[in-house]
Every structure is written in C-alpha cells, then in structure tokens.
Design a protein around this ligand. Structure first.
Ligand SMILES: [Zn+2]
Length: 146
C-alpha cells in the first residue's frame, strides 16, 4: 500500500473504507436525533440503502465522503496520481451509482439531501437541515399535503 498512495490519499481512503457508521454520518445522526427527528438507518428496501431515512418527511439524507463520492470542486475529491485509470474508473463509478440511486429515490417520491463531509467543518449545514427536511419544496406534486 505504502508506495501506491500518499498519506493524504490513504487517510481519505480509510475514512471511506469504514463505510457504515463513519464519523461524519454519526455527527449528522446525533444532530438530527437531538433536534427531535426520528429516522431509520441504511434502509435495505430503498435504492442505495440510504444512510438516514426520515419516513415522516419522505426524505433521505446521504452523508458523503468527498473523496469516494467525488464532491464537485472540492479539494478532497482529488484524483490519486498513481494507478490513475483504476482510480478514475472506480471513483467515477461510485458517483454514477450515487446519481442513479438518487434519481430512483426521487422517482419513488423521496426528497433527497446530500451532506458532504467537508461541509461538516462548521455547523452551518447541520443548522440548515431541519428546514430542508421539513420543506415540501422538492417533493413531486402528488406528495404534497392537501
Ligand atoms: Zn467536499
């Protein structure tokens, strides 16, 4: 491993490898729970097993690692210099799969919110979540309360 990736890449990789229950996800979960939201985790029956599912608001929140999920214009979403073709295929594949799953969720009438790891450096994104979750703005007309 040592000669394949540099330290910065490896640390980004490690944070992605843990997958479930990564620290940024726990941060978001704790905040939502404290704010009174109730949710399910890694819902198996929904496309992409979304991290956080809030059935009452028909909303899913995905907490994304910037490196693995290719946060656009983000310094953490750099491309490793060695094995470039491998990484490019792998990482772009990850993102393509994310986008397909988000699209499927929206077609099923779910509102989708992506939270990026780097955004959690300050509390602003967390503080904006309750309003984003409660709004019906992005829901298809058929899902709006009558
Ligand atoms: Zn980022």
């Amino acid at each position: 491993m040592t000669d394949i990736v540099d330290a910065q890449t490896r640390s980004a990789m490690m944070s992605g490898i843990r997958g479930k229950d990564t620290k940024p996800e726990i941060l978001v979960r704790r905040f939502l729970h404290r704010s009174g939201f109730r949710f399910r985790l890694h819902h198996k029956d929904l496309p992409g097993r979304p991290d956080i599912v809030l059935p009452r608001y028909r909303t899913v929140v995905e907490v994304r690692g910037c490196f693995w999920h290719r946060h656009e214009n983000c310094p953490f979403a750099y491309m490793p210099k060695s094995n470039r073709a491998f990484w490019q295929a792998k990482l772009e594949g990850n993102r393509a799969r994310d986008l397909r799953n988000l699209q499927k969720l929206r077609e099923l009438g779910w509102k989708t919110i992506e939270v990026w790891e780097c955004e959690l450096a300050d509390d602003q994104i967390l503080e904006s979540l309750p309003a984003l979750i409660r709004t019906d703005r992005d829901l298809p007309a058929s899902r709006l309360p009558t």
